[in-house]
Design a protein around this ligand. Sequence first.
Ligand code: GLC
Length: 563
Amino acid sequence: MASELQRKWWKEGIVYQIYPRSFQDTTGNGIGDLRGIIQRLDYIKDLGVDIIWLNPVYVSPNDDNGYDIADYRNIMPEFGTMQDFDELLSGMKERGLKLIMDLVVNHSSDEHPWFIESRKSRDNPYRDYYHWWPAEDGVPPKRWSYFDVDGDAWNYDKTTNAYYLHIFSEKQPDLKWENPKVRKEVHDIMKFWFDKGVDGFRMDVISFISKDTEFPELPEKYQGDFVSFYTDGPKLHEYLHELHTEVLSKYDVMTVGEAPGIGLDKALDFVDESRGEMNMFFHFDLMALDREENEVFLMRKDPWKLTEFKKIHSEWDAVFAEKGWGSMFLNNHDFPRSVSRWGHDSRTHWFKSATMLQTFLLTMRGTPYFYYGEEIGMTNIKFENFSDYKDINTINRYHTIEMQGGDTKAFLENEKDASRDNARTPMQWDSSEHAGFSTIRPWLQVNENYKEGVNVSDQSEDAYSVLNYFRRMIQIRKDNLGLVYGDYQLLQQDNEEIYAYTRTAGASRFLVLLSFTTQRTSINLSELAFNKAKLLISNDDVQAVEGKTFPMYAYQACVYQLD
Ligand code: GLC
């Protein structure tokens, strides 16, 4: 149990991610706001979570819902004021909750004063804050953009007869980290929020910040895999280390990088403590599991397999067994709802699979991240019509397909499972109109199943709800430090129905059994030495264990303490 030697609050804490636009509206404009979060702080505290991660709340024209920032030191008026923010932070501190913010500094908004200046003239003092390619040098080498309708990351700007780089939408120009002034700006922004008392940052696409500013033609080995190319920037680690030295090392804060494209082989380069970079990062191996290769938004044709799911988690656990630390998540604002994706959102299996997945996150090593609504088993909305969507990603990809004469119907089918809007529908507080989120029709439709028990108020009353299971399961993790730091051992890796593992910390040993099937099944664990298995929690009736055979109902989760 190597990591126990370095106990940290951010290893033991449980994170609750809030997408502020969708959490709670208090002004009656159909958009969530900071006062809404303040109003719900007791609820959040009662869940048993410790850390709130807020998606961006800064001033933004909202081309990409706040991931396009026009002022890093002020609050988006739709969400409230800096006073509201301060009140939120002090309300959290009073309750012993920590706050991490989203740091979006691979790019800014094109409406940020830096970019407004930068595009004015080639000799503007801010010119070098962004990546420009003079048009007299010809068309720049191909770079791929996520949200651009024609997939081109270079946008021609007539004022100065040059192209600027935007890996995301054309309203999200990439900042030029190679310029020390830009790095200094980032350091100052971070200090500004730390000095206010913020406890850390989730660092948006941090693996993309370093670029080869010569912009060579895309090397052969990256053809078809731009993501790996973007993460292979020459000075990435130099910049991360500098952030640590200049800023992070001076505060007791946590950092978790969003790191698309970072695989097992590079993991420790980011989080090995001795390197002084970041604490944790999100890898995307699980998020890629049900997608086509190198197509993170396209559902794969054949179903994903439990053995693949186990392999991903077992390998990632092993990487951090001695050094670094992992982060565990099943969904976030960029991916569909976990119960619809990894469980089963039919009436029959919804409760069991939602609670089984919670059990999984709360019994693995690594910091667990829950996304608002996951505690009540919120599901994908599966929009029928294109006009229901609000996400730039779905909208622009639809237009691309339309332009190319592609199959828009098939695309809309794909989006029912894949769209980011599945995860962004308003929080379901109660069974009143608009689910208690707002008094008017919200910015994005509410999932109708708020009327059928998928809401906080109904579930609070019910001892056997997803919500109350979540609270109990959190308590079990809190009571058993071995579930945080203990060694992980996978059992029966070839089993396609049950995910079984032990967690061991000194003399205490836990057995976790998770059924990922709609059928009754059982698992024989004769290979495991133990005298007694004492049940700590299950989401269903537990059938008698015969010898070492554990019968399991569909999507059942059981956690035992072994003697
Ligand atoms: C990250 C965010 C995503 C955003 C993108 C561009 O992937 O999580 O929501 O669209 O970066 O900032």
